[in-house]
Design a protein around this ligand. Sequence first.
Ligand code: HEC
Length: 253
Amino acid sequence: MSHPKNSNTEAMSTQNDPSSKQPSPASREEPEPSCGNGSLPLWLIGMTGFALFSAGLYLGIFNGGFRGDIFNERDSSPALLFPEKSVPGALAGTGAATATSTESPVERGKKFYNNPPASCVTCHQPTGNGLAGSFPPLAGSEFVQGGSKRLGMILLKGLQGPIKVKGASFNGAMPAWEKVLSDKQIASILTYVRQEWGNKAGEITPDQIGAARKEFAGRTEPWAEADLLAVPADAELPGGTPAVAPVAQEPKK
Ligand code: HEC
């Protein structure tokens, strides 16, 4: 309560001030807390420090690139805590998709699709439908289900500018993956997206991605739609598996 100097109000305030008649609840219980050396317990300092440190660490790792358009805390940077060689060998460390030898290319591709460092899922979504106006669909996409050449080009070098997918227009940019993912990783991701969400297209092999890497080694820019359309829609990269019977079968007697 304030104590005005004005004499009229002083009389009133003295009357109404409960502290003048009886001790305030606070003064009955404990003394006012005061500043002083040693009054801040060590455990409190420690806990506050730990909380701030943890919050900073969390934000540093799970910042999602601070991008408002794609914020997703799963888009993390575990490499900060667990440095690893990412190109072009297999990935190790928490959070990053790792390949085991017993998995099929589709299973491997699914892991890479959904986890760093590829995290295609961030933009193209778990449904493969993308986001209208921002990220084109992979489900039912003519590029995904067409020839392997266009698809290999897109993945290795990225894509930017206006493009039509399934009749809908997009005008964004996808980064290049050639420095982030190995041939084997790209091949398994593509095999996965070609056979998920009702897509029905054949396997893509690491040899095919390797062939595309060589063929387009001199290309440093992302592709534009015109570059893709200049390549026949059904053009295949060399090194693919035969269209029929991709798995070696016992000859029948
Ligand atoms: C940062 C967001 C982002 C990520 C991550 C991303 N893409 Fe894309 N992708 C795009 C955008 C945007 C386009 C369209 C570019 C344009 O508008 O020219 C695109 C286009 C494509 C296309 C050609 C168009 C279509 O829909 O068929 C394919 C195929 C594709 N992406 C596959 C992938 C795969 C596979 C991955 C994971 C390795 C991936 N993308 C990761 C944003 C992303």
